[in-house]
Design a protein around this ligand. Structure first.
Ligand code: HEC
Length: 481
Protein backbone atom coordinates (compact mmCIF):
# COMPACT_ATOMS: atom_id res chain seq x y z
CA UNK A 1 0.00 0.00 0.00
CA UNK A 2 1.29 3.40 -0.90
CA UNK A 3 1.13 6.00 1.86
CA UNK A 4 -0.24 9.30 0.81
CA UNK A 5 2.16 11.95 1.74
CA UNK A 6 1.41 15.01 3.77
CA UNK A 7 3.24 16.99 1.10
CA UNK A 8 0.41 16.43 -1.38
CA UNK A 9 -0.46 20.09 -1.35
CA UNK A 10 3.10 21.05 -2.21
CA UNK A 11 3.06 18.55 -5.09
CA UNK A 12 -0.08 20.01 -6.54
CA UNK A 13 1.36 23.51 -6.36
CA UNK A 14 4.57 22.38 -8.08
CA UNK A 15 2.52 20.78 -10.83
CA UNK A 16 0.50 23.87 -11.44
CA UNK A 17 3.73 25.78 -11.87
CA UNK A 18 5.52 23.13 -13.95
CA UNK A 19 2.77 21.58 -16.04
CA UNK A 20 2.24 24.27 -18.70
CA UNK A 21 5.96 24.29 -19.40
CA UNK A 22 6.10 20.50 -19.73
CA UNK A 23 3.02 20.29 -21.87
CA UNK A 24 4.34 22.76 -24.38
CA UNK A 25 7.42 20.64 -25.13
CA UNK A 26 6.66 18.92 -28.44
CA UNK A 27 8.40 15.67 -29.44
CA UNK A 28 11.38 16.48 -31.65
CA UNK A 29 11.79 14.63 -34.94
CA UNK A 30 15.27 13.45 -33.94
CA UNK A 31 15.37 10.35 -31.78
CA UNK A 32 15.85 11.30 -28.15
CA UNK A 33 17.63 9.28 -25.48
CA UNK A 34 15.04 8.32 -22.86
CA UNK A 35 17.46 8.49 -19.94
CA UNK A 36 17.96 12.19 -20.82
CA UNK A 37 14.22 12.67 -21.26
CA UNK A 38 13.74 11.17 -17.82
CA UNK A 39 16.18 13.70 -16.40
CA UNK A 40 14.37 16.58 -18.10
CA UNK A 41 10.76 15.56 -17.56
CA UNK A 42 10.49 13.22 -14.60
CA UNK A 43 13.50 13.48 -12.26
CA UNK A 44 12.25 16.59 -10.49
CA UNK A 45 9.33 14.63 -9.03
CA UNK A 46 10.37 10.94 -9.11
CA UNK A 47 13.97 11.67 -8.09
CA UNK A 48 17.11 11.58 -10.27
CA UNK A 49 17.55 7.86 -9.51
CA UNK A 50 13.82 7.01 -9.85
CA UNK A 51 13.72 6.19 -6.14
CA UNK A 52 11.07 8.81 -5.47
CA UNK A 53 10.98 12.36 -4.14
CA UNK A 54 7.71 14.19 -3.86
CA UNK A 55 6.35 11.59 -6.30
CA UNK A 56 6.51 7.87 -5.61
CA UNK A 57 9.45 5.59 -6.38
CA UNK A 58 9.30 3.87 -9.78
CA UNK A 59 11.61 1.07 -8.61
CA UNK A 60 9.84 -0.49 -5.64
CA UNK A 61 7.43 -2.61 -7.65
CA UNK A 62 4.46 -0.93 -5.98
CA UNK A 63 2.09 0.27 -8.69
CA UNK A 64 -1.05 2.17 -7.88
CA UNK A 65 -2.26 2.08 -11.49
CA UNK A 66 -0.92 -1.35 -12.46
CA UNK A 67 2.59 -2.62 -13.10
CA UNK A 68 2.24 -4.21 -16.54
CA UNK A 69 3.72 -2.39 -19.53
CA UNK A 70 0.38 -1.14 -20.81
CA UNK A 71 -0.65 0.31 -17.42
CA UNK A 72 2.66 2.08 -16.91
CA UNK A 73 2.44 3.54 -20.44
CA UNK A 74 -1.06 4.73 -19.65
CA UNK A 75 0.09 6.32 -16.35
CA UNK A 76 2.80 8.21 -18.22
CA UNK A 77 0.59 9.32 -21.11
CA UNK A 78 -2.52 10.24 -19.15
CA UNK A 79 -1.01 11.16 -15.77
CA UNK A 80 -3.29 11.80 -12.86
CA UNK A 81 -3.38 15.50 -12.61
CA UNK A 82 -5.35 15.67 -9.38
CA UNK A 83 -2.65 13.71 -7.57
CA UNK A 84 0.14 15.67 -9.22
CA UNK A 85 1.23 13.55 -12.19
CA UNK A 86 1.06 15.65 -15.37
CA UNK A 87 -0.05 13.84 -18.55
CA UNK A 88 2.94 13.34 -20.85
CA UNK A 89 1.17 12.37 -24.07
CA UNK A 90 2.09 15.67 -25.70
CA UNK A 91 5.65 15.75 -24.45
CA UNK A 92 6.54 12.21 -25.49
CA UNK A 93 5.81 10.22 -28.64
CA UNK A 94 4.35 6.71 -28.31
CA UNK A 95 7.76 5.30 -29.12
CA UNK A 96 9.37 7.39 -26.40
CA UNK A 97 6.77 6.26 -23.88
CA UNK A 98 7.58 2.65 -24.82
CA UNK A 99 11.30 3.32 -24.41
CA UNK A 100 10.61 5.02 -21.06
CA UNK A 101 8.93 1.84 -19.81
CA UNK A 102 12.02 -0.15 -20.84
CA UNK A 103 14.22 2.38 -19.05
CA UNK A 104 12.13 2.11 -15.86
CA UNK A 105 12.39 -1.72 -16.03
CA UNK A 106 16.16 -1.52 -16.45
CA UNK A 107 16.59 0.81 -13.50
CA UNK A 108 14.29 -1.36 -11.35
CA UNK A 109 16.36 -4.46 -12.17
CA UNK A 110 19.60 -2.63 -11.31
CA UNK A 111 18.05 -1.49 -8.05
CA UNK A 112 16.98 -5.05 -7.16
CA UNK A 113 20.36 -6.45 -8.10
CA UNK A 114 21.96 -4.04 -5.66
CA UNK A 115 19.86 -5.56 -2.90
CA UNK A 116 20.28 -9.26 -3.58
CA UNK A 117 23.27 -11.55 -3.88
CA UNK A 118 23.79 -14.32 -6.38
CA UNK A 119 25.99 -17.36 -6.24
CA UNK A 120 29.41 -16.63 -7.71
CA UNK A 121 30.97 -20.05 -7.49
CA UNK A 122 34.74 -20.11 -7.16
CA UNK A 123 36.58 -23.42 -7.41
CA UNK A 124 35.17 -25.93 -4.92
CA UNK A 125 32.44 -23.63 -3.64
CA UNK A 126 29.21 -25.50 -3.16
CA UNK A 127 26.25 -23.61 -4.60
CA UNK A 128 22.88 -24.23 -2.99
CA UNK A 129 20.25 -23.62 -5.62
CA UNK A 130 16.52 -24.12 -5.22
CA UNK A 131 16.49 -27.80 -6.19
CA UNK A 132 20.08 -29.04 -6.26
CA UNK A 133 23.44 -28.19 -4.74
CA UNK A 134 26.29 -28.22 -7.20
CA UNK A 135 29.88 -27.24 -7.84
CA UNK A 136 31.22 -25.54 -10.93
CA UNK A 137 34.22 -27.64 -11.91
CA UNK A 138 36.73 -26.47 -14.53
CA UNK A 139 37.24 -28.93 -17.40
CA UNK A 140 39.70 -26.95 -19.54
CA UNK A 141 41.00 -23.42 -19.45
CA UNK A 142 43.16 -21.06 -21.45
CA UNK A 143 41.27 -21.29 -24.75
CA UNK A 144 39.83 -18.51 -26.90
CA UNK A 145 36.08 -17.88 -26.98
CA UNK A 146 34.61 -21.40 -26.98
CA UNK A 147 31.51 -21.04 -29.16
CA UNK A 148 30.28 -24.61 -29.38
CA UNK A 149 30.55 -27.84 -27.40
CA UNK A 150 29.48 -31.36 -28.38
CA UNK A 151 30.45 -34.93 -27.56
CA UNK A 152 31.49 -38.00 -29.51
CA UNK A 153 29.99 -41.36 -28.46
CA UNK A 154 33.37 -42.39 -27.00
CA UNK A 155 33.16 -39.49 -24.51
CA UNK A 156 35.61 -37.15 -26.24
CA UNK A 157 34.50 -33.54 -26.21
CA UNK A 158 34.65 -31.33 -29.31
CA UNK A 159 35.04 -27.57 -28.89
CA UNK A 160 35.01 -24.76 -31.42
CA UNK A 161 37.10 -21.69 -30.77
CA UNK A 162 35.60 -18.65 -32.49
CA UNK A 163 39.03 -17.77 -33.86
CA UNK A 164 38.71 -20.78 -36.18
CA UNK A 165 40.02 -23.84 -34.34
CA UNK A 166 38.29 -27.16 -33.68
CA UNK A 167 39.64 -28.76 -30.48
CA UNK A 168 39.35 -32.16 -28.84
CA UNK A 169 39.31 -32.88 -25.11
CA UNK A 170 40.15 -36.49 -24.31
CA UNK A 171 39.99 -37.95 -20.78
CA UNK A 172 39.68 -34.43 -19.39
CA UNK A 173 42.80 -33.18 -21.22
CA UNK A 174 42.96 -30.79 -24.15
CA UNK A 175 44.66 -32.38 -27.17
CA UNK A 176 47.37 -29.75 -27.80
CA UNK A 177 47.11 -29.70 -31.61
CA UNK A 178 43.85 -28.36 -33.05
CA UNK A 179 42.09 -30.49 -35.69
CA UNK A 180 43.60 -29.72 -39.10
CA UNK A 181 41.79 -28.86 -42.32
CA UNK A 182 38.71 -27.07 -40.99
CA UNK A 183 37.34 -24.39 -43.36
CA UNK A 184 38.82 -20.91 -43.35
CA UNK A 185 36.55 -18.66 -41.28
CA UNK A 186 35.85 -14.92 -41.22
CA UNK A 187 37.02 -14.36 -37.64
CA UNK A 188 36.10 -10.78 -36.87
CA UNK A 189 33.56 -9.16 -34.56
CA UNK A 190 30.92 -11.76 -33.83
CA UNK A 191 32.00 -13.97 -36.73
CA UNK A 192 34.21 -17.03 -36.76
CA UNK A 193 33.93 -20.75 -36.20
CA UNK A 194 30.55 -21.13 -34.51
CA UNK A 195 28.64 -24.28 -33.60
CA UNK A 196 29.71 -27.92 -33.69
CA UNK A 197 27.22 -30.80 -33.78
CA UNK A 198 27.87 -34.51 -33.86
CA UNK A 199 25.38 -36.46 -36.01
CA UNK A 200 22.98 -38.56 -33.89
CA UNK A 201 24.12 -41.67 -35.85
CA UNK A 202 27.78 -40.77 -35.61
CA UNK A 203 28.82 -44.33 -34.79
CA UNK A 204 27.59 -45.48 -38.20
CA UNK A 205 28.29 -42.43 -40.39
CA UNK A 206 31.05 -40.41 -38.64
CA UNK A 207 29.63 -36.98 -39.59
CA UNK A 208 30.54 -33.86 -37.64
CA UNK A 209 28.84 -30.57 -38.60
CA UNK A 210 30.32 -27.10 -38.23
CA UNK A 211 28.66 -23.73 -38.72
CA UNK A 212 30.92 -20.77 -39.43
CA UNK A 213 31.18 -17.30 -40.92
CA UNK A 214 32.20 -17.91 -44.49
CA UNK A 215 34.35 -15.15 -46.04
CA UNK A 216 32.99 -13.67 -49.28
CA UNK A 217 34.19 -10.95 -51.65
CA UNK A 218 35.00 -7.39 -50.46
CA UNK A 219 35.04 -8.21 -46.76
CA UNK A 220 31.55 -9.71 -46.78
CA UNK A 221 30.59 -12.90 -44.96
CA UNK A 222 27.63 -15.18 -44.30
CA UNK A 223 26.94 -18.18 -42.09
CA UNK A 224 27.60 -21.49 -43.86
CA UNK A 225 27.59 -25.15 -42.79
CA UNK A 226 30.01 -27.93 -43.62
CA UNK A 227 30.19 -31.54 -42.54
CA UNK A 228 33.25 -33.76 -42.40
CA UNK A 229 34.85 -36.68 -40.64
CA UNK A 230 37.61 -36.91 -38.10
CA UNK A 231 40.62 -38.92 -39.22
CA UNK A 232 44.12 -38.77 -37.73
CA UNK A 233 43.56 -35.30 -36.32
CA UNK A 234 42.22 -33.97 -39.66
CA UNK A 235 38.73 -32.86 -40.73
CA UNK A 236 38.36 -34.86 -43.95
CA UNK A 237 35.74 -35.85 -46.59
CA UNK A 238 34.24 -32.38 -46.28
CA UNK A 239 30.89 -31.59 -47.88
CA UNK A 240 29.19 -28.21 -47.97
CA UNK A 241 25.75 -28.63 -46.46
CA UNK A 242 24.58 -25.02 -46.65
CA UNK A 243 26.02 -22.01 -48.43
CA UNK A 244 24.19 -19.25 -50.31
CA UNK A 245 25.52 -17.41 -53.39
CA UNK A 246 27.98 -14.70 -52.35
CA UNK A 247 25.67 -11.96 -53.74
CA UNK A 248 23.64 -12.60 -50.60
CA UNK A 249 26.60 -12.12 -48.24
CA UNK A 250 26.70 -9.02 -46.04
CA UNK A 251 29.48 -6.83 -44.73
CA UNK A 252 29.49 -5.88 -41.05
CA UNK A 253 30.73 -7.79 -38.05
CA UNK A 254 27.52 -8.67 -36.24
CA UNK A 255 24.79 -11.27 -35.89
CA UNK A 256 25.77 -14.55 -37.54
CA UNK A 257 23.72 -16.72 -35.15
CA UNK A 258 24.14 -19.73 -35.18
CA UNK A 259 23.23 -23.12 -33.76
CA UNK A 260 22.65 -26.55 -35.27
CA UNK A 261 19.88 -28.94 -34.19
CA UNK A 262 19.21 -32.41 -35.62
CA UNK A 263 15.62 -33.63 -35.71
CA UNK A 264 14.44 -36.86 -37.34
CA UNK A 265 16.53 -36.62 -40.49
CA UNK A 266 16.37 -32.83 -40.70
CA UNK A 267 18.90 -30.21 -39.72
CA UNK A 268 17.60 -26.95 -38.28
CA UNK A 269 19.95 -23.98 -37.98
CA UNK A 270 19.76 -20.28 -37.23
CA UNK A 271 21.39 -17.26 -38.87
CA UNK A 272 21.41 -13.76 -37.38
CA UNK A 273 20.31 -10.80 -39.52
CA UNK A 274 23.92 -9.60 -39.93
CA UNK A 275 23.06 -6.17 -38.52
CA UNK A 276 20.69 -5.58 -41.47
CA UNK A 277 17.38 -5.28 -39.63
CA UNK A 278 15.11 -5.26 -42.65
CA UNK A 279 16.69 -8.40 -44.09
CA UNK A 280 14.96 -10.35 -41.31
CA UNK A 281 11.60 -9.69 -43.05
CA UNK A 282 13.00 -10.43 -46.53
CA UNK A 283 12.54 -14.10 -47.45
CA UNK A 284 14.87 -13.77 -50.44
CA UNK A 285 17.77 -13.46 -47.96
CA UNK A 286 19.21 -16.10 -45.63
CA UNK A 287 19.93 -13.82 -42.66
CA UNK A 288 17.52 -13.32 -39.76
CA UNK A 289 16.04 -16.78 -40.29
CA UNK A 290 15.77 -20.30 -38.97
CA UNK A 291 16.33 -22.81 -41.80
CA UNK A 292 15.46 -26.47 -42.29
CA UNK A 293 17.31 -28.83 -44.62
CA UNK A 294 17.95 -32.55 -44.88
CA UNK A 295 21.16 -33.66 -43.18
CA UNK A 296 22.97 -33.81 -46.53
CA UNK A 297 21.87 -30.30 -47.52
CA UNK A 298 18.95 -31.15 -49.80
CA UNK A 299 15.82 -29.01 -49.40
CA UNK A 300 12.67 -30.73 -48.12
CA UNK A 301 9.83 -29.89 -50.52
CA UNK A 302 7.39 -29.35 -47.68
CA UNK A 303 9.38 -26.34 -46.43
CA UNK A 304 7.03 -23.32 -46.17
CA UNK A 305 8.51 -21.15 -48.93
CA UNK A 306 9.32 -23.81 -51.52
CA UNK A 307 8.02 -22.66 -54.89
CA UNK A 308 7.46 -19.07 -53.77
CA UNK A 309 9.07 -16.76 -56.34
CA UNK A 310 12.43 -15.44 -55.17
CA UNK A 311 12.19 -17.01 -51.72
CA UNK A 312 15.02 -19.09 -50.29
CA UNK A 313 13.49 -22.57 -50.01
CA UNK A 314 15.54 -23.49 -46.93
CA UNK A 315 13.75 -20.90 -44.76
CA UNK A 316 11.61 -22.38 -41.98
CA UNK A 317 10.78 -19.16 -40.07
CA UNK A 318 11.76 -15.49 -40.33
CA UNK A 319 11.78 -12.14 -38.55
CA UNK A 320 14.57 -13.23 -36.20
CA UNK A 321 17.31 -10.89 -34.94
CA UNK A 322 20.23 -12.94 -33.67
CA UNK A 323 19.24 -16.46 -32.66
CA UNK A 324 22.30 -17.70 -30.78
CA UNK A 325 20.37 -20.44 -29.05
CA UNK A 326 18.36 -23.24 -30.68
CA UNK A 327 17.15 -26.41 -28.98
CA UNK A 328 14.52 -29.10 -29.28
CA UNK A 329 12.44 -29.98 -26.25
CA UNK A 330 12.92 -33.76 -25.97
CA UNK A 331 9.57 -34.16 -24.21
CA UNK A 332 7.39 -32.35 -26.76
CA UNK A 333 9.56 -32.28 -29.88
CA UNK A 334 9.02 -28.49 -30.08
CA UNK A 335 11.84 -26.25 -31.29
CA UNK A 336 12.84 -23.12 -29.36
CA UNK A 337 15.24 -20.32 -30.18
CA UNK A 338 16.87 -17.80 -27.88
CA UNK A 339 17.28 -14.51 -29.60
CA UNK A 340 19.71 -11.82 -28.61
CA UNK A 341 17.59 -8.71 -28.91
CA UNK A 342 18.24 -4.99 -28.95
CA UNK A 343 18.38 -3.23 -25.55
CA UNK A 344 15.46 -4.72 -23.65
CA UNK A 345 14.37 -7.13 -26.36
CA UNK A 346 15.84 -10.59 -25.67
CA UNK A 347 13.41 -13.34 -26.57
CA UNK A 348 12.67 -17.01 -26.21
CA UNK A 349 10.55 -18.15 -29.16
CA UNK A 350 8.69 -21.29 -30.10
CA UNK A 351 9.90 -21.74 -33.67
CA UNK A 352 7.16 -22.90 -36.03
CA UNK A 353 6.89 -23.51 -39.75
CA UNK A 354 6.51 -20.40 -41.90
CA UNK A 355 5.95 -18.04 -38.98
CA UNK A 356 7.18 -14.45 -38.73
CA UNK A 357 8.81 -13.52 -35.42
CA UNK A 358 8.46 -9.82 -36.04
CA UNK A 359 11.94 -8.31 -35.97
CA UNK A 360 12.34 -5.36 -36.53
CA UNK A 361 8.66 -4.43 -36.91
CA UNK A 362 7.75 -5.49 -33.37
CA UNK A 363 10.09 -5.78 -30.39
CA UNK A 364 10.07 -5.27 -26.64
CA UNK A 365 13.38 -3.44 -26.93
CA UNK A 366 14.87 -0.08 -27.87
CA UNK A 367 18.17 1.05 -29.43
CA UNK A 368 21.36 0.58 -27.43
CA UNK A 369 21.80 4.38 -27.21
CA UNK A 370 18.50 4.73 -25.35
CA UNK A 371 16.54 6.08 -28.29
CA UNK A 372 13.25 4.40 -29.10
CA UNK A 373 12.92 1.85 -31.91
CA UNK A 374 9.19 1.31 -32.12
CA UNK A 375 6.21 1.35 -29.80
CA UNK A 376 4.89 -1.82 -31.45
CA UNK A 377 5.29 -4.95 -29.35
CA UNK A 378 2.63 -6.98 -31.17
CA UNK A 379 1.10 -7.12 -34.62
CA UNK A 380 -1.31 -9.29 -36.55
CA UNK A 381 0.56 -12.03 -38.40
CA UNK A 382 3.61 -11.82 -36.16
CA UNK A 383 4.44 -14.18 -33.33
CA UNK A 384 4.78 -13.23 -29.67
CA UNK A 385 7.79 -14.58 -27.80
CA UNK A 386 7.30 -17.30 -25.19
CA UNK A 387 9.27 -15.02 -22.89
CA UNK A 388 11.19 -11.76 -23.17
CA UNK A 389 13.67 -10.04 -20.91
CA UNK A 390 13.46 -6.34 -20.08
CA UNK A 391 16.11 -5.38 -19.22
CA UNK A 392 18.15 -7.59 -21.51
CA UNK A 393 20.31 -10.30 -20.04
CA UNK A 394 21.98 -10.84 -23.44
CA UNK A 395 20.86 -14.40 -24.09
CA UNK A 396 23.21 -16.82 -25.81
CA UNK A 397 22.74 -20.59 -25.92
CA UNK A 398 19.93 -22.79 -24.61
CA UNK A 399 19.82 -26.50 -23.76
CA UNK A 400 17.24 -28.89 -22.34
CA UNK A 401 18.64 -30.99 -19.54
CA UNK A 402 18.36 -34.70 -20.31
CA UNK A 403 20.79 -36.23 -17.79
CA UNK A 404 20.26 -38.19 -14.58
CA UNK A 405 22.78 -36.45 -12.30
CA UNK A 406 20.29 -33.68 -11.43
CA UNK A 407 16.92 -35.49 -11.41
CA UNK A 408 14.88 -32.46 -10.33
CA UNK A 409 16.12 -30.53 -13.35
CA UNK A 410 14.99 -33.21 -15.80
CA UNK A 411 13.60 -31.72 -19.01
CA UNK A 412 14.09 -28.12 -17.91
CA UNK A 413 15.66 -25.42 -20.04
CA UNK A 414 19.07 -23.92 -19.26
CA UNK A 415 19.96 -20.57 -20.73
CA UNK A 416 23.25 -18.68 -20.84
CA UNK A 417 23.63 -14.92 -20.71
CA UNK A 418 26.55 -12.84 -21.90
CA UNK A 419 26.26 -9.31 -20.45
CA UNK A 420 24.63 -10.52 -17.24
CA UNK A 421 27.11 -13.42 -16.98
CA UNK A 422 24.43 -15.82 -15.85
CA UNK A 423 23.26 -19.36 -16.16
CA UNK A 424 19.49 -19.54 -15.75
CA UNK A 425 17.12 -22.42 -15.24
CA UNK A 426 13.71 -22.03 -16.88
CA UNK A 427 10.63 -24.11 -16.28
CA UNK A 428 8.27 -24.28 -19.26
CA UNK A 429 4.63 -25.24 -18.92
CA UNK A 430 1.76 -24.79 -21.38
CA UNK A 431 3.93 -22.72 -23.70
CA UNK A 432 4.98 -20.29 -20.96
CA UNK A 433 8.00 -19.79 -18.75
CA UNK A 434 6.50 -20.39 -15.31
CA UNK A 435 9.68 -20.10 -13.26
CA UNK A 436 13.22 -18.77 -13.63
CA UNK A 437 16.22 -19.18 -11.38
CA UNK A 438 19.66 -17.60 -11.72
CA UNK A 439 21.97 -20.50 -10.87
CA UNK A 440 25.10 -18.40 -10.84
CA UNK A 441 26.28 -14.99 -11.91
CA UNK A 442 29.42 -12.93 -12.56
CA UNK A 443 31.85 -15.73 -13.32
CA UNK A 444 32.09 -14.82 -16.99
CA UNK A 445 30.04 -14.36 -20.14
CA UNK A 446 28.25 -17.66 -20.79
CA UNK A 447 28.61 -18.59 -24.47
CA UNK A 448 27.39 -22.17 -24.70
CA UNK A 449 25.49 -24.55 -22.46
CA UNK A 450 25.11 -28.26 -23.18
CA UNK A 451 23.54 -31.20 -21.40
CA UNK A 452 26.44 -33.68 -21.50
CA UNK A 453 25.98 -37.40 -22.19
CA UNK A 454 27.48 -38.06 -18.73
CA UNK A 455 24.66 -36.12 -17.04
CA UNK A 456 26.70 -33.02 -16.19
CA UNK A 457 25.85 -29.60 -17.58
CA UNK A 458 28.71 -28.10 -19.56
CA UNK A 459 29.16 -24.36 -19.86
CA UNK A 460 31.70 -22.33 -21.80
CA UNK A 461 32.78 -18.84 -20.79
CA UNK A 462 34.16 -16.19 -23.12
CA UNK A 463 37.33 -16.07 -21.02
CA UNK A 464 38.31 -19.41 -22.55
CA UNK A 465 37.14 -21.71 -19.79
CA UNK A 466 34.88 -24.74 -20.10
CA UNK A 467 33.36 -25.88 -16.83
CA UNK A 468 30.66 -28.30 -15.74
CA UNK A 469 28.04 -28.37 -13.05
CA UNK A 470 28.55 -31.46 -10.91
CA UNK A 471 26.33 -32.46 -7.98
CA UNK A 472 27.80 -31.51 -4.60
CA UNK A 473 28.50 -34.34 -2.16
CA UNK A 474 25.27 -35.61 -0.66
CA UNK A 475 23.20 -34.95 -3.78
CA UNK A 476 21.29 -37.93 -5.16
CA UNK A 477 23.50 -37.93 -8.26
CA UNK A 478 26.62 -38.57 -6.17
CA UNK A 479 25.34 -41.61 -4.27
CA UNK A 480 28.34 -43.86 -3.61
CA UNK A 481 28.81 -46.68 -6.05
C1 HEC B 1 5.24 17.23 -11.29
C2 HEC B 1 5.62 16.00 -10.71
C3 HEC B 1 5.72 14.76 -11.61
C4 HEC B 1 6.38 14.69 -12.80
C5 HEC B 1 7.14 15.76 -13.54
C6 HEC B 1 6.23 13.31 -13.23
N1 HEC B 1 5.50 12.60 -12.34
FE1 HEC B 1 4.96 10.69 -12.47
N2 HEC B 1 3.82 10.86 -10.83
C7 HEC B 1 3.77 11.98 -10.02
C8 HEC B 1 2.91 11.71 -8.89
C9 HEC B 1 2.60 12.65 -7.76
C10 HEC B 1 2.41 10.41 -9.09
C11 HEC B 1 1.44 9.65 -8.19
C12 HEC B 1 0.07 9.84 -8.72
C13 HEC B 1 -0.98 9.19 -7.83
O1 HEC B 1 -0.62 8.62 -6.80
O2 HEC B 1 -2.15 9.23 -8.24
C14 HEC B 1 3.00 9.92 -10.30
C15 HEC B 1 2.77 8.68 -10.84
C16 HEC B 1 3.48 8.13 -11.88
C17 HEC B 1 3.33 6.80 -12.35
C18 HEC B 1 2.33 5.79 -11.83
C19 HEC B 1 2.91 5.08 -10.66
C20 HEC B 1 1.99 4.02 -10.07
O3 HEC B 1 2.16 3.73 -8.89
O4 HEC B 1 1.16 3.44 -10.80
C21 HEC B 1 4.25 6.62 -13.33
C22 HEC B 1 4.52 5.34 -14.13
C23 HEC B 1 4.94 7.85 -13.50
N3 HEC B 1 4.45 8.73 -12.61
C24 HEC B 1 5.96 8.04 -14.41
C25 HEC B 1 6.45 9.31 -14.70
C26 HEC B 1 7.35 9.57 -15.77
C27 HEC B 1 7.96 8.51 -16.69
C28 HEC B 1 7.55 10.90 -15.80
C29 HEC B 1 8.36 11.69 -16.79
C30 HEC B 1 8.06 11.47 -18.19
C31 HEC B 1 6.80 11.48 -14.71
N4 HEC B 1 6.14 10.47 -14.06
C32 HEC B 1 6.79 12.79 -14.39
C33 HEC B 1 4.43 13.15 -10.21
C34 HEC B 1 5.17 13.47 -11.33
Amino acid sequence: MRHFRSVAVVVVLTVIAAAPLLLRAQPKPNPRDVSKLYGELCASCHGPKLTGAQAPSLLDDVWKFGGDDASISKSIKEGSLAAGMPPMANALSDQEVRAMVIFIREEAAKFKRGQSTFAKPAADTVVKSELHTFKLETVVNGLGVVWGIDFLPDGRMLLTEKSGRLRIVEHGKLVPTPVGGVPEVWAKGQGGLLDVAVHPDYSTNGWIYLSYSDPGPDGSAMTAIVRGKLKDGQFVEQETVFKVPTELYRTGENHFGSRLVFDKGYLFFSIGERGQKDDAQDITRPNGKVHRIFEDGRVPDDNPFVGKAGALPTIWSYGHRNPQGLAKDPATGLLYDAEHGPRGGDELNLVQKGRNYGWPVITYGMNYDGTPMTDLTAKEGMEQPVNYWVPSIAVSAIAFYTGTKFPKWDGQLFLGALAQEELRRLVLADGKVTHQEVLFKNVGRVRDVVSGPDGYIYVSFDGGRVARLVPAPGEPGTASR
